[in-house]
Design a protein around this ligand. Structure first.
Ligand code: GDP
Length: 467
């Protein structure tokens, strides 16, 4: 079996929406949408914070909370019930070649939000990669407890690795949840000390100050998260709490997304194929990567290259029918004239007049991280694109280029790649059964971005130059 692509009917002529709506007008009146992933060191309070957020916002039924609380008390860990909320709301998915991603939607007066989560192995780096690949921004949870910050921020700490990943995967905003502030009596000195150290690191990575937000909070008590006020000890921070900060960032991200909706073709990442009883129907959930789609329109799914009709769009926590889905939205699509047996998570959809290739070989501009030993041609690596991971190998080292300007070739006879180098390389996917649909980085930043790992370490990020 060389390839999954059977000969399906591929349409090239777009179909009109069933009940077309005025997209520009819709954009004017709709709330901005923001997706975010929660990153940070193990025990930094990520799960507790997400549970607190969903609970305070009212996105979890109180019956469910009571049940979790009882369970956690029965094992003598009363505070754990919050940490379990995310794992309960998000159903566990089957693990395969894709990293399972779950989403939780919630809404405030000003914005719609999606938390992107990879439950089960939240501290596992491939999950962080998959999560970051689907999120607009990252919330970085920092344990401000005495010494805890230092241990998490050590050279190989996850806080660092997650931040580097977020930066190299083009995340534009980092919201630092300065968490567990209750454990240091809301000390301003502690807050500033950590902020200075982390801030210097962000700057080194190339983040600008206005891309970073700092919010003192306690996921545990809820202070600084949503409506819970700060205790009296905290009399030095007057800025927005976590949810207000998310709303502010959503506003910025929403403005950028609007331009994209009107100008760009429809692209969609499939995160999950949901069972359907009808044989020619496929139900898929995923993220609109660019443009927009309405019921009645046609799209093509890659790599199988089957063209299907969008019958329904379901969105939000209660899966309401929507008239349109636009860039950044997480929705479920009911598709007609489909062959679900050839659809998998990680597949891409596009408007029928847009072509996506699923190539086994491609040219990559790579940026290596700190590695234990140099990278040689032929070395097997693991390649990640969005939620898909695939074994691959470097077939050729083309050139070493300038890190700042990749058009400047520094060396063209290359035997190996060392740490912290920029290079152009040729890659081959070694698993022939499964193709990864991919776009060039200059066609769609987000989908032309890969991360490579080897022996359990992230060794490089890359931009797809040529397919
Ligand atoms: P995760 O591994 O990042 O998901 O961290 P958890 O949410 O599981 O929390 C790790 C530990 O920190 C647990 O024992 C929590 O009870 C505790 N914790 C979480 N949030 C807070 C907080 O705001 N204040 C304090 N003092 N402890 C917290």
């Amino acid at each position: 079996e060389e390839s999954v692509a059977k000969h399906y009917k591929k349409a090239t002529v777009p179909k009109k929406p069933r009940n077309p709506i005025d997209i520009a007008k819709y954009l004017e009146t709709s709330k901005p949408h923001l997706s975010f992933v929660v990153l940070g060191h193990v025990d930094a309070g990520k799960s507790t914070l997400m549970g607190r957020l969903l609970y305070d916002i009212g996105a979890v039924e109180s019956g469910k909370i009571r049940k979790l609380k009882k369970e956690s008390e029965s094992i003598g860990k009363g505070s754990f019930h919050l940490a379990w909320v995310m794992d309960q709301t998000a159903e566990e998915r089957e693990r395969g070649v894709t990293v399972s991603i779950c989403t939780s939607d919630f809404e405030t007066e000003k914005s719609n939000f999606t938390i992107v989560d990879a439950p089960g192995h939240r501290d596992f780096v491939p999950n962080a990669i998959a999560g970051v690949s689907q999120a607009d921004v990252a919330v970085l949870s920092i344990d401000c407890g005495t010494d805890a910050f230092e241990s998490g921020f050590d050279l190989d700490g996850q806080t660092k690795e997650h931040t580097i990943l977020a930066k190299s995967m083009d995340v534009n905003y980092i919201i630092v949840a300065m968490n567990k502030m209750d454990s240091v009596n809301w000390s301003q000195d502690r807050f500033n000390d950590i902020k200075n150290k982390l801030g210097a690191f962000f700057k080194d990575l190339g983040f600008y100050e206005d891309q970073i937000r700092w919010v003192p909070l306690s996921g545990f008590s809820g202070a600084g998260v949503y409506k819970s006020p700060y205790p009296t000890e905290q009399n030095w921070y007057n800025g927005p709490n976590l949810v207000s900060t998310l709303e502010n960032v959503a506003q910025n991200v929403g403005l950028e997304a609007k331009k994209d909706v009107l100008d760009r073709p429809f692209l969609f990442s499939i995160l999950e194929l949901i069972n359907s009883k009808k044989s020619d129907e496929a139900v898929v959930s995923g993220r609109v990567e660019s443009g927009s789609i309405q019921p009645g329109e046609a799209l093509t799914i890659y790599p199988s290259e089957q063209s299907v009709i969008v019958d329904k769009i379901l969105s939000g926590r209660d899966k309401k029918q929507a008239q349109i889905a636009t860039k950044g939205d997480f929705v479920t699509l009911k598709l007609r004239q489909a062959f679900p047996e050839d659809i998998r998570s990680g597949d891409l959809c596009a408007s029928v007049d847009y072509e996506i290739s699923a190539s086994q070989t491609f040219k990559l501009q790579m940026l290596t991280f700190k590695m234990n030993r140099p990278l040689l041609p032929g070395t097997p690596i693991m390649l990640f694109r969005g939620v898909v991971e695939q074994p691959a190998r470097i077939t050729k080292l083309v050139s070493i280029v300038d890190k700042k300007d990749p058009n400047v070739i520094i060396k063209s006879k290359v035997r190996h790649l060392a740490s912290n180098q920029a290079a152009v390389v040729e890659i081959e996917l070694t698993e022939k059964k499964r193709q990864i649909p991919m776009l060039r980085f200059d066609a769609k930043k987000h989908l032309g971005r890969v991360v490579s790992r080897k022996d359990g370490r992230t060794i490089a990020t890359g931009k797809v130059l040529d397919l």
